[in-house]
Design a protein around this ligand. Structure first.
Ligand code: PGA
Length: 252
């Protein structure tokens, strides 16, 4: 049998968030010690809103271990950091806390040591779920175009389009925007039992076309996920707008 990622086509951002939430909720309710690795940014905001509602209405996360895909290099409390995002959008809004919270320290002086520390976390806690967003240039985490498909957690430099996305998402000027990140590589991303890629909006449509119809190539990092049957891509109508009809029908 050909191994292949699964695609789910939905109408809009709200439906994308709901589908993502359903999958995570099911894992939290069925695993003994669920390990969920999240991403931040515009794509998962709606999913976080649903998770907050879920937890505050009784979804039990007391045995859940939470962690993240990446972290910007910069002061921990800067407006754009993963740390700030996770507290503002999740940890500060829920009425019970997860069993464990792990975050990469983007202000660590010694990046190598920090990478090694996080590697130990990853080894100790195999992920049930890894949530991802898709860059307009096809990046996954900070695995930018050109990154080898066997990458492991590393200190990455952002492409210009990624810096622009960060500026847009957090309403900051170029001189305030971070240019580097510690990110999981494809190796650790794909180790998760389920990998959920959330894609919404017109500005992602070209990356979606490359992901589903282009060549598998490091030019479009997301194509590293193409043949993996543990990957679920949830795509809304605007993001799917450049796809051939037959590609969309395959997802049904
Ligand atoms: P976004 O970013 O979710 O803010 O659109 C995704 C990404 O660039 O990885």
């Amino acid at each position: 049998m050909i191994k292949k990622m699964k695609t789910i086509f939905v109408r809009n951002y709200e439906e994308m968030s709901e589908k993502g939430y359903e999958i995570i909720k099911d894992v939290i309710e069925t695993k003994e010690q669920p390990v969920i690795s999240m991403t931040t940014g515009g794509s998962p905001r709606g999913l976080f809103t649903l998770l907050v509602e879920g937890v505050n209405n009784g979804l039990d996360i007391s045995n859940t271990v939470m962690m993240n895909l990446d972290e910007y290099i910069g002061p921990k409390n800067a407006v754009y950091t993963v740390n700030t995002f996770m507290y503002e959008n999740f940890y500060n809004k829920i009425n019970t806390q997860p069993k464990e919270i792990f975050l990469i320290n983007g202000e660590a002086d010694n990046k190598e040591e920090e990478i090694n520390r996080y590697k130990e976390v990853l080894n100790a806690y195999p992920r049930d779920v890894q949530v991802l967003g898709l860059g307009t240039n096809g990046h996954i985490g900070a695995n930018e175009p050109g990154t080898p498909f066997d990458s492991t957690i590393f200190l990455a430099e952002h492409d210009d389009s990624t810096i622009e996305s960060t500026m847009r998402e957090y309403n900051i000027e170029r001189d305030e925007a971070p240019t580097e990140m510690i990110t999981l590589g494809f190796t650790e991303i794909l180790e998760a039992e389920k990998v959920i890629l959330l894609v919404s909006g017109k500005r992602k449509s070209e990356a979606v076309k490359n992901l589903l119809e282009g060549e598998v190539s490091t030019d479009c990092p997301a194509t590293a996920l193409r043949d993996k049957d543990n990957v679920i891509v949830i795509i809304d109508e605007e993001a799917a707008s450049l796809l051939d009809e037959k590609t969309k029908n395959r997802g049904k």
